[in-house]
Each structure stands twice: as structure tokens, then as C-alpha cells.
Design a protein around this ligand. Structure first.
Ligand code: GLN
Length: 539
């Protein structure tokens, strides 16, 4: 029978529930269990696809084309197992399902209510992934903080499920904060006590407390937390601030979180966790032999979470090159023809980021012209590729007013334009080209050599495409389409022939980079930037 672990958060948000869930999952996976993680978010949007990155950070896209919370990115990066639509559920989706059923007449004669109808729908979704034979353990992370009005139905659903499943088939891990009061020189347990008390009011006794802290928890503090929160002393787990999120699984191993969980779930320990590859990765990450600076040109740079998967993919690619990658955020709106050389000076490579709308677009195009003309390694992702195409059209093909029709509907040369199927669509949610598509690589191209195979799949999230009416002109001038979707002929990768590294993709490679499988495009871009840095240092 599948076992269920629920992870709640108390005291404050941003304690790192996603990383704790992913770390625990990693340890259980390393012991030989099949684990998945799902996230339940208490907001009314059907999915985060319609949220601005400033509101919610990056929108992570799964293989099956779901637009999801960025925590799913952590789950995939840690576990190296794909997630799907079923792994991210919001209040909006729950209500939508219930309201659709009501219209179909599924509840005829009944008053439809939060309890039991909404809570039943939440429970149905919580156990869905555990019903096949795919997973031994399903970890459910509840978004928000205990005590929030909007998370109440989720907490009630967990309470009911625990009763239905029985105590050895489910458990609750509560993540709290143990703050350090500098004036008193002490760690304080009261916020944790209050937060557990609030959970108890809702009928949930947590089994394990993971305490986020800046200082080690003494035996006394652990005893105090255990006593006042009704948990075993070995169920008080310290989660001290880490220098990298990739340290957290080993920290949790040291705290024996996996052992405590397995014993409460009455599951055997199986083997000792096999974390050899993970430790090798950490060794390379922490002992770089070189350092490079990569410029990340985007418009959401104030919020690091907006480009989460990109910065994580650089960590994986850096470790694989034994090179520390310093990502320097550059606001595309701040780049002009006059200052571009100065703004990009000292960078070994430049990545132009994905995005929507016209703000900052000209700065991206100017940056790309600069790196193209100065042989600086360039990597474009989605909008970054579209900007590279517009730049080439304007400055190499001489199509002075070329543009993407997203930015200028009346451009005489729409080198990037909307797909026909997209033009009919009026709704905004979940209607882009989303999820995994296949792409054939041209033999002998840089992309082909990097991937080392002739067919790949990558994930998409966009409405606009390279306009194939211009393809011949581009290829004759040296920008080739090295990746093409064989089903519809869409251009998925462009690259320059006479440049050390100028590669751009219409898809999002960052979404598939994991600790176990750093993405080859990132690995090679870092290698090219490192070569560029060495060349410049010799000068
Ligand atoms: N705005 C562009 C499009 O919709 C690019 C999207 C992106 O970068 N994800 O096609």
C-alpha cells in the first residue's frame, strides 16, 4: 500500500518546504523507494501560468505541458523523475472540478459545500498518484502557512485522510522557524509551540517537526520542543541554513529524518542510502578549479526566483565543468547602444532570458548584436532566441524594421510570428504551445554535436515562432536552423556558423537540467564561456 507524507509550514512562509520535501524524497529514493512529490497551492488561479513572475517566481512546465509551481522544478532536479499535471493542484482547480460536477448534476438535490464536497475533491486528488503501482510513497507539500484562511480546507482534508489511512500509513511533517533573538542571545521555541497548537486546533498532531534555524539546536532546545509539541525527541529535526540547497539531503541524513520517517510508516530501512553520485556532484560544486561570469539579460532580474531553473541549470553545468559560474543579472531595460560595451564588459558569456511583452526587448537585441559581433559566447532561450532572430534580420539581412509580431503587429518583416492555430485562441490560461515536443537535429551542427544524437525532446511555453518564409534568407547569411520539429517544420534551434558559441532554442532547456543529468546545452555553453575567459586572460 502507498504511504502518504504531508508537509505543512508554520510561523512564516519561505522556510523551504519544497527543499525539505525534495531532500526527504531524495533520501527515500536513495534507499530504494519509489517516491513522488506533489504540491497543493491554496490560490484561486487554476495554475500559476497566468501569474506574473514578480508574483510567484518562475512558472515551471512539465513534460505533459502543465504550467506549475517552481517547487516542481526542485522535485525534478533532486529526484531526476518527471512530474506531471497531477503533481500540482490549486484551490482554483479543485473548485473548478466541483463546480463542473455540480453543473453535470453529480450532486443533484444536495447543497454543495466546502465540507464535504471541496474536501472530498482535495482528498481524491491527494491520493490519485498513489493509486497506480508507480509509487511507494507520495509526499504532499501544502503551500501557504498554517493559520491562513485559504489553506483551511486542505488542512481539514489532511486531517480526514490521516484518520482514513491510519497512523502507520501517513504522517505529517511540520516545518517551523526557531528564531535567534540577538538581544537575548537565545533561540526561541515559542513560535513553534504556537504553530503546533494551531495545527492541533484543526485536529492534526504533527509527527515530525523540522525546525529552520540559524544556530544549532541544543539538546535542551530539542527536549523543550519535543515536550511542548508532543513529539518524540528524535522527531525534532534541525534544518540549519545551508550554503547550497544541494547540501540539505545530507543534512537531513545526518538528522536521520529518513530513518524517523520510515520507522513511523513501519517501512524497512532497506539499504543504506546510495548517494555516491550526489556526493560527487557536491564535491565538484564545492571545489571549482576556475570561475567565470555569465550575464543573464532579462527583465525580471529583481526577483531571483523568476529565473530559478536557469540559475540552477548553471549550478549543475558549473559543477560538471568544475567551474564556479557567477551569474550576473543585467536589466535589459538598462542596455543602450552607447553603454552596451561597458554593461557587458568582463562577462565570459551572455544568456538572454525568456519573457513576454515588449518591455526591455530593445536592450536584449542590442546585447545580442554586441556578443555576435565580438565573438562572445551567446545562449538564447525562447524570447532570447526570438530576439537573436530579430537582431540578425535587422543587422545582417538589412531588414531594418524586422520584429516579432508580439512586439509590433504591423512590422513589414515579422520574422517571428504567431502560429495559425494560436490566432484563433482567445483564452489566456493553458493555451500556449506547452510541454514536450520532438526536434530533429541537423548532422554536423553544433546542436547535434552537443546533444550527441539526431532526435531530442524539449519543453515549450510560447505562442510565437520563427517565420519559415524567411528561413532561406537566414541560412544563406549564416544563421542556420539546426533543430526542426519534424511534425510541423517549426524551427526549434538556430545557431551561427562562424561564431565560437551562438546557439538559441525556442524551448526551455533549463527545465530538464537535473543534478543527475546536467543539461548538455548549459554544460557546453559554460565550457565555451570558460574557453573564452581563458583566451581573454592570455591577452
Ligand atoms: N513571448 C514569447 C512567446 O510567447 C516568448 C515566450 C517565452 O520566452 N517563454 O512566444
Amino acid at each position: 500500500m502507498t504511504k502518504y507524507i504531508f508537509v505543512t509550514g508554520g510561523v512564516t512562509s519561505s522556510l523551504g518546504k519544497g527543499i525539505i520535501s525534495a531532500s526527504l524524497a531524495k533520501l527515500l529514493q536513495a534507499r530504494g523507494y519509489r517516491v513522488t512529490i506533489q504540491k497543493f497551492d491554496p490560490y484561486i488561479n487554476i495554475d500559476p501560468g497566468t501569474l506574473n513572475p514578480y508574483e510567484h517566481g518562475e512558472c515551471y512546465v512539465t513534460e505533459d505541458g502543465a504550467e506549475t509551481d517552481l517547487d516542481l522544478g526542485h522535485y525534478e532536479r533532486f529526484l531526476n523523475v518527471p512530474t506531471s499535471q497531477a503533481n500540482n493542484i490549486t484551490t482554483g482547480r479543485i473548485y473548478q472540478n466541483v463546480i463542473n460536477k455540480e453543473r453535470e448534476g453529480a450532486y443533484l438535490g444536495k447543497t454543495v459545500q466546502v465540507v464535504p464536497h471541496i474536501t472530498d475533491e482535495i482528498k481524491r486528488n491527494m491520493v490519485l498518484l498513489g493509486q497506480g503501482d508507480d509509487f511507494d510513497i507520495v509526499i504532499t507539500e501544502l503551500g501557504g502557512t498554517v493559520g491562513d484562511i485559504e489553506s483551511l480546507p486542505f488542512i481539514e482534508a489532511v486531517r480526514q485522510l490521516r484518520w482514513e489511512l491510519g497512523s502507520s500509513n501517513s504522517l505529517v511533517i511540520h516545518l517551523t522557524l526557531v528564531p535567534f533573538l540577538a538581544a537575548a542571545g537565545e533561540l526561541k521555541t515559542k513560535p513553534t509551540q504556537h504553530s503546533v497548537k494551531m495545527l492541533l486546533e484543526y485536529g492534526i498532531q504533527p509527527d515530525i517537526l523540522v525546525c529552520r534555524t540559524e544556530h544549532h539546536l541544543s539538546a535542551d532546545i530539542r527536549r523543550k520542543v519535543a515536550l511542548f509539541c508532543n513529539v518524540n525527541i528524535n522527531a525534532v529535526i534541525e534544518s540549519i541554513d545551508a550554503s547550497t540547497i544541494y547540501d540539505v539531503p545530507l543534512m537531513m541524513l545526518k538528522e536521520q529524518l529518513d530513518k524517523t520517517v520510515l520507522s513511523k510508516l513501519k517501512l524497512p530501512l532497506k539499504s543504506d542510502p546510495n548517494l555516491e553520485n550526489w556526493k560527487n556532484f557536491l564535491g565538484r560544486l564545492k571545489n571549482p578549479t576556475s570561475e567565470i561570469k555569465i550575464g543573464l539579460v532579462g527583465k525580471y532580474v529583481e526577483l531571483p526566483d523568476a529565473y530559478k531553473s536557469i540559475t540552477e541549470a548553471f549550478i549543475h553545468a558549473g559543477a560538471s565543468n568544475e567551474c564556479k559560474v557567477k551569474v550576473v543579472s543585467i536589466h535589459s531595460e538598462s542596455i543602450t547602444t552607447e553603454n552596451v560595451a561597458e554593461r557587458l564588459s568582463g562577462l565570459d558569456g551572455v544568456l538572454v532570458a525568456p519573457g513576454f511583452g515588449s518591455r526591455g526587448i530593445e536592450g536584449k537585441i542590442i546585447a545580442i548584436q554586441h556578443v555576435r559581433e565580438n565573438n562572445i559566447p551567446f545562449f538564447g532561450i525562447c524570447l532570447g532566441m526570438q530576439c537573436a532572430v530579430v537582431e540578425f534580420a535587422r543587422n545582417v539581412l538589412g531588414l531594418k524594421d524586422a520584429n516579432s509580431s508580439e512586439m509590433d503587429e504591423n512590422t513589414p518583416d515579422p520574422v517571428i510570428s504567431m502560429m495559425e492555430e494560436q490566432k484563433k485562441i482567445k483564452n489566456k490560461g493553458g493555451t500556449m504551445r506547452l510541454g514536450s515536443y520532438i526536434c530533429d537535429l541537423k548532422k554536423g551542427s553544433k546542436a547535434y554535436n552537443i546533444y550527441g544524437k539526431s532526435q531530442i525532446t524539449e519543453r515549450h511555453r510560447h505562442r510565437y515562432e520563427f517565420n519559415n518564409e524567411y528561413l532561406k534568407q537566414f541560412e544563406e547569411a549564416g544563421m542556420i536552423a539546426s533543430g526542426i520539429n519534424p511534425d510541423n517544420g517549426l524551427v526549434e534551434i538556430v545557431e551561427l556558423k562562424n561564431h565560437p558559441f551562438f546557439v538559441a532554442g525556442q524551448f526551455h532547456p533549463e527545465l530538464k537540467s537535473t543534478v543527475a543529468n546536467p543539461h548538455p546545452l548549459f554544460v557546453n555553453f559554460v565550457a565555451a564561456s570558460l574557453a573564452n575567459s581563458r583566451k581573454n586572460n592570455k591577452k
